[in-house]
Design a protein. Structure first.
Length: 517
RNA sequence: GCCCCCAUCGUCUAGCGGCCUAGGACGUGGCCCUCUCAAGGCCAAGACGGGGGUUCGAGUCCCCCUGGGGGCACCA
């Protein structure tokens, strides 16, 4: 029998990083065993769902290369893959459960339930609801359920021990006496998660339910529903939750906000986002996949990082190409303990993947950022394209994310924005302006204009003039770029060209003179 | 409160009774390289939560405690 797994997100408008991790484990497991990975949309809770909220989820998966074999937009033999379109199926299954004495209409009123709950809390007893209606005969139950719009409850059998043999957790047990009778169908006829998911897993012939550990406590109920519907149990594997950095709490949108650092904020501003947007847009929140895409992380780096979060291949592998990951993935090697998400390690990994990327692909990746920041404009002519190529090359391994081009390369495409402290430190020295001016005349004659000859010219000049090369280099850097960080100076000058270099030296001069009065 | 789960450096992890004076990676600190930054090289600090057992021998098996987490809806 072929392995079939599924991931069942609610259309919430964004793809959560923890969710992707779970989906990835499903996907890896499926690819490893040559089965089918199903994407099913849990959209029965219509109040919380909006139609356009699905697209970001599909986009996110596609960007990461986690492609589903069946589901939205690709279809499949068990369509439809939206729970909102499968209501008939749940209705039939519900009726089957009532007829077989496994479910009953809940006769208790909302007020009665509240009172029960409060009493239990006051008495510090666990709240376990066993509904009024439990003792109805199947025929009575069916009749009442048909006549009145009442919620349907599943009848938990008493006095039983449920034993789960989880692929990750191993043996987990529950006493059914401690389980209340859960509502499985709302009074308006829509199914609840615990029920719909089982009905679909049966219908779609899911063989392995790989999901987040927060669902562990739902499992005994679902196992009983499988049984009541006369279906075989799938295998279960509960993967530990992903926690936020430095804590042991489940990753949440609100708490991830603080990981938008000043540098990231600067980049996002350069891309045209306002502070309000940066603080509020869901796709700019580090708990979502969209955030990493927006900042130009390579998808393969995110996949590798997430795959290694809670799973390991051996005692030394960090960078694991996808093929390797698929070949070796196993649930046995998924760690039992929750794992906290580490943005630093992800950033490092992004750099590792970026350095392996061919230059042409880096150029292609960087162009959208330059366009959005208004540093280049469409259409990009061959000369500009060549310049971008040289800039990317000069940036070298400084580039870990595509958006890093904005921190290391922006000044190539616009006038320097002079950082006052840099000017103070490197240009304001006595005599520095005169030296720069004299060196400018050397630059007038340097031939050919390339990094190698520029460096030779500078070193000879420094020897002649008794100037420390470092001082002049730093002064030139600040003069031509406005800042103290960036690619090697001679690469910068070579790319800028003679005229632009000389123009910027002049610009810097007026800057300093303006400042010193 | 109740149920369930988890427990090795700050973080991700290796370890499946002796190869462990606990290994790797990110991060951190120092040094080297160097025109800055990044990268790179070298070095360093840094963990088996506590207590009982079992065993010739425990990070590894069992129990208790402690700590952390998840779940207890006509949400998923």
């Amino acid at each position: 029998m072929s392995v079939r797994t599924r991931f069942a997100p609610s259309p919430t408008g964004y793809l959560h990083i923890g969710g992707v991790r779970t989906a990835l484990f499903n996907w890896l497991f499926t690819r490893r065993h040559g089965g089918q990975f199903v994407l099913r949309i849990d959209d029965t809770d219509v109040e919380r769902n909006v139609p356009e909220a699905l697209q970001p989820i599909l986009d996110g998966f596609r960007w990461l290369g986690i492609l589903w074999d069946e589901g939205p937009e690709v279809g499949g033999p068990y369509a439809p893959y939206f729970q909102s379109q499968r209501l008939q199926l749940y209705q039939q299954a519900a009726q089957q459960l009532v007829e077989s004495g496994h479910a009953y209409p809940c006769l208790a009123t909302v007020e009665e339930l509240d009172a029960e709950r409060k009493a239990a809390e006051a008495a510090k007893r666990p709240y376990i609801h066993r509904g009024k209606g439990r003792d109805l005969s199947p025929t009575e139950a069916l009749q009442i359920w048909r006549e009145k719009r009442l919620p349907l409850r599943f009848k938990i059998p008493l006095g039983r021990k449920i034993v789960l043999d989880d692929l990750i957790r191993k043996r987990v047990e529950w006493e059914t006496d401690l389980l209340g009778d859960p509502v499985i169908v709302r009074s308006d006829g829509r199914p609840l998660y615990n029920f719909a998911t089982v009905v679909d897993d049966i219908a779609m012939k899911i063989t392995h339910v790989i999901r987040a550990a927060e669902h562990l406590s739902n499992t005994p109920i679902q196992m009983l529903i499988f049984e009541a519907l006369g279906a075989n149990l799938p295998a279960f594997a509960h993967v530990p939750v992903v926690c936020e950095p430095g804590s042991r709490k489940k990753l949440s949108k609100r708490d991830m906000q603080k990981f938008v650092t000043a540098e990231v904020r600067a980049k996002l501003r350069a891309l045209g986002y306002s502070d309000a947007e940066i603080d509020n847009r869901i796709d700019l929140n580090p708990a979502t996949v969209a955030y990493y895409r927006e900042l130009g992380y390579l998808p393969q780096a995110l996949v590798n990082y997430l795959g290694r979060l809670g799973w390991s291949l051996d005692d030394h592998s960090e960078i694991i190409p996808l093929e390797e990951m698929i070949r070796h993935f196993s649930l046995e090697r998924v760690n039992d303990a929750p794992a906290s998400f580490d943005p630093d390690k992800l950033y490092w990994m992004a750099g590792e993947y970026m350095r392996q990327l061919p230059l042409d692909e880096k150029v292609a990746g960087v162009i959208p950022y330059l366009l959005r920041a208004g540093l280049v404009h469409e259409p990009i002519d061959p000369a500009t394209r060549e310049k971008i190529r040289r800039v990317v090359e000069a940036c070298g391994e400084r580039l870990k994310l595509f958006s890093d081009i904005l921190t290391y390369g922006a000044f190539f495409f616009r006038d320097p924005q002079y950082d006052p402290s840099a000017v103070q430190k490197r240009l304001a020295k006595p005599g520095m302006l005169e030296i720069l001016e004299r060196f400018a005349s050397v630059l007038q004659q340097t031939e050919p204009w390339d990094a190698e000859h520029l460096e030779t010219a500078l070193r000879q000049f420094c020897e002649r003039e008794q100037v420390k090369p470092g001082d002049l280099i730093h002064a030139l850097r600040v003069s031509t770029t406005g800042v103290t960080v960036g690619p090697g100076l001679f690469d910068i000058l070579a790319i800028l060209g003679r005229d632009e270099t000389l123009r910027r030296l002049q610009l810097a001069r007026t800057q300093v003179l303006a400042r010193t009065g």
